[in-house]
Design a protein around this ligand. Sequence first.
Ligand SMILES: [Cu+2]
Length: 193
Amino acid sequence: MPNGPVTAAIAGTEASLTLSPGGQADPAPVSGGGSFDPLTYGSGSPPASGSYQRTYNLRLDDGFGFSQGSLGWVSSSINGRLYPAVPTLEVKRGDRVRVRIASRSIINHPFHLHGHRVRVLSRNGEAASGSPWWTDTLNVGSGEVFEIEFVADNPGIWMDHCHNFQHGANGMILHLAYQGVTTPYSAGHDLPE
Ligand SMILES: [Cu+2]
């Protein structure tokens, strides 16, 4: 947050949001400002150096396929698979985890990892250089490649999924599971006889 007020507006609309240190500032004019890009906005510390205990790759795709019993355009696969056939990401408490998310899909996929916040390291090969880009949900656009990191500091079995719920229903879901954490439930469901 800068010292003065900041107004963020959605181009071509009346919608805007003004933030200020005291919370009392009037909105600034909404035209003439630059585009907001969290990759470069502000300043702050770069990510810690050092190694990662886990690295994973997620590739997001779409194409014709079977989902929920019918054949159609399924805009929602991860590494070529649909939930519950997407392998679980496994971590150990304390691991520092790096994940590359690359989308070959034709539409946006706002990806959300439950139970953690992630830090964006790069987008399309350009390192994040602004204020640390922490996020709960990361919109992965068509053709974009992100690298993110998080610390496995919240043991459990967590959903990691596209927040477009139609895509989730199609199968764009996987789990993040900690070693040693178990559940009485199983993934997926039994098919009818
Ligand atoms: Cu999606």
